[in-house]
Design a protein around this ligand. Sequence first.
Ligand SMILES: [Zn+2]
Length: 470
Amino acid sequence: MKKMVVWVLISLVVLMLFPQEGNASAVQTKIILDGKTLKLPANAKVTQINDSVMIPIRVVAESLKFKVDWNPKTQGVSIQQGNQTIALTIGKKKATASDTQVSLNVPPKILNNIVVVPLRFVSEQMGLAVYWSDNTVYLTSPKSPTSSGGTTLEHEGGEVKEPVKHVKGLTLVNNQLTVSLDGDVTPAVTTLQNPDRIVIDLPNTNFDPAADTSLPLDAQGKGKMDVRAYPNLTEVRYSLFHRDPDLVRVVVQLPTASGFEVKRDPLANTLTIDLNGNESSTNPTSSLNKKIVVIDPGHGGSDPGATSVASREEKNFTLALSLKVQQILLQEPNIEVVMTRDQDIYPTRTERVILAKQLQADLYVSIHGNNSATSPTASGTETYYYQRNSSNILASIIHKHLVQALGFKDRGVKSGNFQVIRETTMPAVLLEIGFLSNSTEEAAMHSEEIQYKAAQAIVDGIKEYLNLYT
Ligand SMILES: [Zn+2]
């Protein structure tokens, strides 16, 4: 974590040193740090050199309140925070962080009198979460109390919170299950086997309190319909599967897989599952239903991620844990597990996103170790999602299992701008299992026992979200 601090500082220093004059660029670039748009000097912009996105460091450093010194004779920049110092030199790939030598993939440069450093350096060494899109760099500092980059984005995007809809009733007539609602809801309907069942998820939906008697719920918010008159139904159960964001789940369990049809009537606000599907249907539930789960071990290959307090690289931790998750998921008949990497290589984040999209994966889980540049005692588990309610729900379920299993400090479920969870389109989460910068937690995270516990917790969360029996 010293390294990170140093780097951050370095980057910052560089920027600060150079007053800018010069031409405004045609393309507007922006840097958003912890949700606030940084005021860039006229000359400063985000650029691309070869494959590296380069950002002006000074503005970022200033915003993080680091002390920066520039020596024009040596072309050296030193960045200082507390008793930690980072030293960078223009044109040199080698830098020093406290006593440690670190290297950059692209050396710091001066462009239009402004010092720029690779964005990658900022993310991996400084411990800032970064995301680059549409000429905007989003940075979230580890000490940001809420890591609220994503939250801010939501506000900027003007996303309006839809009012919660309500289930008013459930009826079974002629082998048709009808859900009556007080608004238009787009359901997510999936099927599972062993036993065969149809799962209907109603996002942003709760039960109508006035429907109390027709839809009785037990203390856990669950209820069942009476299906004794329907031999082709084993069970119909419903529950408030998640609160805030609200999600109602209805599960129709069948003695055998059979065809069905979903009819939505947006005018009447009803949703009907017609189980009179023709018997010869080639679309029985069992043929539909392996869930594709993408497990993404963070970093890899040329990208080591953070360096732990015991000098171990994050990429090796994420791979070791992810392989254990894979091992457990391979036992699940309803899950097909796909790894973004299963060895020490570096697929770019864009490649990982594309993989998940091409697979039309059902879930995406990115696994990381956390790092604090500023506090060696920082500890605990935190789980990130980006905007989508489905991701938020998946995050809170996996997070619950991780905190229970590991007993690390509960740092909560947070919104964050990470490319792999933002650009994917399925429920996607990024897990920060614990802090590699905390010596106690780092040691635990490298024990086989804790890794198996974490892997099992992740699998338990995935299965709970997918409604698979344990
Ligand atoms: Zn990471």
